[in-house]
Design a protein around this ligand. Structure first.
Ligand SMILES: Cc1cc2nc3c(=O)[nH]c(=O)nc-3n(C[C@H](O)[C@H](O)[C@H](O)COP(=O)(O)OP(=O)(O)OC[C@H]3O[C@@H](n4cnc5c(N)ncnc54)[C@H](O)[C@@H]3O)c2cc1C
Length: 364
């Protein structure tokens, strides 16, 4: 078993490609976008995921991308300051922890550049999987021993092999848009958040204060097409139409943002992450939602374990991957549900870090 196809080139996909190459596999990655996708909020590499990055020899590079946040301010719905903190932030948690907070696209680029000899098929997607036979929208059909869905919350591989998304997704009652804008507030390694009754969000400086990332969210369930970005922008514009503070300026920047990203805060829960020669990794199989604070770390750890188990014994790999990952995933997903019920107040608490660190990394 030597030939692996991975769908999705964000975090889980390229991390798995790296480890599989290191174990001597042939690897092809198919990605629907024309190249690595830009954008996404600041994400965190924590606990055992930091060790995975160290084992890749990328620890120093990872830390060089740290957002280096100094702190945050929280405002009430009128824009009055509720509190400021230099010990924790909404986006990153405890500032004294060894966690590295960085921009999603910096991590994706770093992982993409880490492995040699990986074949990337951009601007393409899988249209069918029949045993080892895979057909693509553009590339010619080919055979692969193993097919991995690392294609996110709205996974194509999951839909093709396991069934419709509606069977596995649960909505946590919040929705979030993220995009890049000029740093019009002049924030210096700082983030300012505001929580209203229904809408809320924040603005944080990014890339040495040259720009900022804007978060705009709202509570409740929303119906939207996850591929129709303009409709998603209209939805945010509608929700924030009467919002004051800086939100009207934020909306102007939203229309010009090259990397607008919007989704519901949802989880994927499945009884099994594999079927025959197909397996799911990261958000595709066990999305925790941003409220878990652990989507990226779970994808990095999952990639390390899955590659290691495939290398150790292909016959038992999927079962072992699931046995090793399942308790950790469940604890993090359950935490996100509790965190959602408390409007995000559990992020960065002792309880959170106990769950984050409760994983023993094997050596393969
Ligand atoms: C552009 C973008 C912005 C994001 N922003 C945030 C954010 O602000 N906050 C947050 O918490 N999480 C965000 N995420 C999700 C976050 O990256 C993941 O939770 C986490 O890092 C786990 O990564 P993953 O590789 O499992 O999935 P993802 O990062 O979601 O990556 C999935 C990849 O699969 C690709 N893909 C999708 N469908 C297909 C298909 N049919 N064929 C081939 N490839 C396909 C996507 O283009 C993407 O590159 C974002 C993801 C993306 C892609």
């Amino acid at each position: 078993m030597k030939n692996v196809l991975i769908s999705g080139a964000s975090i889980g996909g390229p991390a798995l490609a790296y480890w599989l190459r290191r174990h001597g596999f042939e690897v092809t990655v198919v990605e629907r976008a024309r190249g690595l996708r830009p954008g996404g909020q600041a994400i965190d590499v924590r606990g055992p995921a930091l060790e995975v990055i160290e084992r890749m020899g990328l620890g120093e590079q990872l830390r060089s991308f740290d957002t280096n946040m100094r702190g945050m301010t929280m405002l009430d719905s009128e824009g009055n300051e509720l509190f400021s903190s230099t010990t924790h932030t909404v986006s990153g948690g405890d500032l004294s922890s060894p966690d590295v907070e960085l921009l999603r696209d910096d991590l994706a680029n770093m992982l993409f550049n880490a492995a040699d000899g990986v074949e990337y098929l951009f601007d393409d997607t899988i249209t069918s999987i029949d045993g080892t036979r895979v057909t693509f929208e553009k590339a010619a059909p080919r055979d692969f021993d193993v097919i991995v869905g690392a294609d996110g919350l709205h996974s194509n591989v999951r839909r093709l092999v396991f069934g419709p998304e509606s069977e596995f997704i649960s909505h946590l009652g919040m929705n979030l848009a993220v995009f890049t804008a000029p740093n019009w507030l002049g924030l210096d390694h700082w983030q300012t958040f505001q929580q209203g009754e229904v809408v809320g969000g924040g603005i944080m400086s990014a890339r040495s204060n040259a720009e900022c990332r804007v978060y705009m969210g709202f509570n409740g369930e929303a119906t939207f097409d996850h591929r129709d970005v303009d409709a998603q922008r209209r939805l945010i514009a509608e929700k924030f139409a009467d919002a004051d503070w800086e939100w009207q300026t934020a909306l102007k920047h939203m229309w010009e943002a090259p990397d607008f990203h919007f989704d519901s805060m949802s989880q994927i829960r499945m009884d099994s992450w594999s079927r025959d020669n197909v397996v799911l990794l990261g958000d595709a199989g066990y999305c925790g939602s941003p409220l878990s604070g652990q989507g990226t770390s779970m994808a990095l750890i999952g990639a390390y374990v899955l590659a290691g188990e495939l290398h150790a014994n292909a016959a038992t790999a999927f079962q072992r991957y699931e046995e090793i990952m399942r308790p950790y995933v469940t604890a993090n997903q359950d935490f996100a549900v509790r965190n959602s019920a408390s409007q995000g107040a559990l992020s960065g608490t002792d309880e959170f870090y106990r769950i984050v660190n409760d994983f023993q990394l094997t050596t393969y």
